[in-house]
Structure formats: structure tokens, C-alpha cells
Design a protein around this ligand. Structure first.
Ligand code: PGA
Length: 257
């Protein structure tokens, strides 16, 4: 059975001192968590200090992006190898804010996934999701299908076993409007069907699909109760230790044995 993952995407928040303070508090509060996957994704420069605090715990650390070359004259970029060398185990790829503000496309998402998979142990968290306009025009499924098909283009089943997907409807991110559990479940199930078509049933069943978009302690339970929702990629509500830990504790009680 897929285990539940609660991942915090801090976006461009927290100085190193704030990130370290968060990590210490988190470390002290998750001692009893055994069954839920925990990930925090700070900015690049906080990766190493946060990793050094969380390394003896069950929580993993992830970056929010990467560049698809491993080194060279690419001022300002950070490679998969560098992220891995910080002790991190995850990297978010294709977040809608990267697509919206920084020219991310399905093609660059694909390159980044492939580069990430050349490292030993980094897990890509690949984000997909439609805008409100696309949903209102009835294009949601087409958009998701293109993002999944082109983003995962050329991956083998063995490579796919390392991937986590996050469905994040753009209209729900940072807006306070969460997709209803039915809306989210419909898309999660659809993504699983696409994975079955593109790979096979075993891959489709094994791939964790997280929901993101105004997830918070008050709605995480009903989202996690859906059979195809395997966790949350959480922005705003992951910035405070208390609400982040509250969601982890809810997930822990819902462990699917
Ligand atoms: P939010 O962000 O929880 O603040 O809506 C989610 C995300 O963008 O990953």
C-alpha cells in the first residue's frame, strides 16, 4: 500500500536562521512518527543547514527546482548533484509558479526529471495542474494528459518507480480555495489511469500522487480519505511548525495498513 507523504513547499520564505529554528522544532515534535513520509523543501541555501538538523530523523529534505545540466557556465543555476550533496533526497519539478513566472515547460520538466534520475537517490516530485480558465473551458483532462505524457516522456518503468506526482490545481494554490475532495479525487484517479496506459497497472498503483492547493489541517483528513490521494504538497500551511505537524499527525492516524 502507498504510504502517505506530507511535504512542505516553503517557496521563497524563511532566512537560514528561520529555517534552522523550524527544523529544530520539527525534529523535536516528530519523534513518534513512524508511518508517514515527511518532507520539507526550503530554498537552496537552507538545504544544507536544514539537512544537518533533520538527518537523524524520519523527515527528508527537498529542493524546489534544479537545472538539467550537471555543471558549467550557467550562472545562478543549481544541479541535481549539488542538491544531492546537501544531503537532500527530493526535488520538486515543474511547480506551477515555475511554469507561470520562469518559463518552465513540459520539455524542461522532462529534462529535469531525467537529470534527477541520474543521481543515486534523489526523488523527483513532479507537479501538474490546470488553471481556472482551462478548467472552465473543459480542458482540464487534456492539460493534465499533456503534462503527464510530455513530462514523463521516455521514462522507463524502473525510472518511474522513483517518481512522486503532485496534482496542484493552479486555481487552488495560495488562494484559500481548495479543490473539493471529489474534484481532487477525480483528477488523481485520472492521473493513475494515465500512468496505467503509459506504463502498467503496477506502476499506476505504486506511484504516490499528492494533492496541493490550500491544503491545511482543517481539510487534509477528507482529502487523505480519498483512495487515490496519497498525501499533500503544502505551501502556506507548512510554514508554521504547529500546522505542519498537525497535518502529519492526522496522516499518521490514517495510516493505510
Ligand atoms: P498552498 O501551496 O498550500 O499555499 O496553496 C501549495 C503549493 O504551491 O505547493
Amino acid at each position: 500500500m502507498r504510504k502517505i507523504i506530507i511535504a512542505g513547499n516553503w517557496k521563497m520564505n524563511k532566512t537560514n536562521a528561520e529555517a534552522v529554528a523550524f527544523a529544530k522544532e520539527l525534529r523535536d515534535k516528530i519523534g513518534k512518527i513512524e508511518k508517514t513520509g515527511i518532507v520539507v523543501c526550503p530554498n537552496y541555501i537552507a538545504l544544507a543547514p536544514v539537512n544537518s538538523i533533520l538527518k537523524e530523523t524520519c523527515a527528508g529534505v527537498g529542493a524546489q527546482d534544479l537545472y538539467w545540466e550537471s555543471s558549467g557556465a550557467f550562472t545562478g543555476q543549481v544541479s541535481a548533484e549539488m542538491i544531492e550533496s546537501s544531503g537532500s533526497e527530493y526535488v520538486i519539478i515543474g511547480h506551477s509558479e515555475r511554469r507561470q513566472y520562469f518559463g518552465e515547460t513540459d520539455e524542461t520538466v522532462n529534462k529535469k526529471i531525467k537529470r534527477t534520475l541520474t543521481t543515486c537517490c534523489l526523488t523527483p516530485i513532479v507537479c501538474v495542474g490546470e488553471t481556472l480558465e482551462q478548467r472552465e473551458q473543459g480542458e482540464m483532462k487534456e492539460v493534465i494528459k499533456t503534462q503527464i505524457t510530455e513530462g514523463l516522456l521516455g521514462l522507463s518503468s524502473t525510472q518511474m518507480e522513483r517518481i512522486v506526482i503532485a496534482y496542484e490545481p493552479v486555481w487552488a494554490i495560495g488562494t484559500g480555495v481548495t479543490a473539493s475532495k471529489e474534484q481532487a479525487e477525480e483528477v488523481h484517479l485520472y492521473i493513475r489511469e494515465l500512468l496505467k496506459e503509459k506504463f502498467d497497472e503496477q506502476i499506476a498503483e505504486a506511484t504516490p500522487i499528492l494533492y496541493g492547493g490550500s491544503a491545511k489541517p482543517t481539510n487534509i483528513k477528507e482529502l487523505l480519505e480519498q483512495p487515490n490521494i496519497d498525501g499533500g504538497l503544502i505551501g502556506g500551511a507548512s510554514l508554521k511548525v504547529d500546522s505542519f505537524v498537525e497535518m502529519i499527525e492526522i496522516a499518521e492516524q490514517m495510516f493505510r495498513g
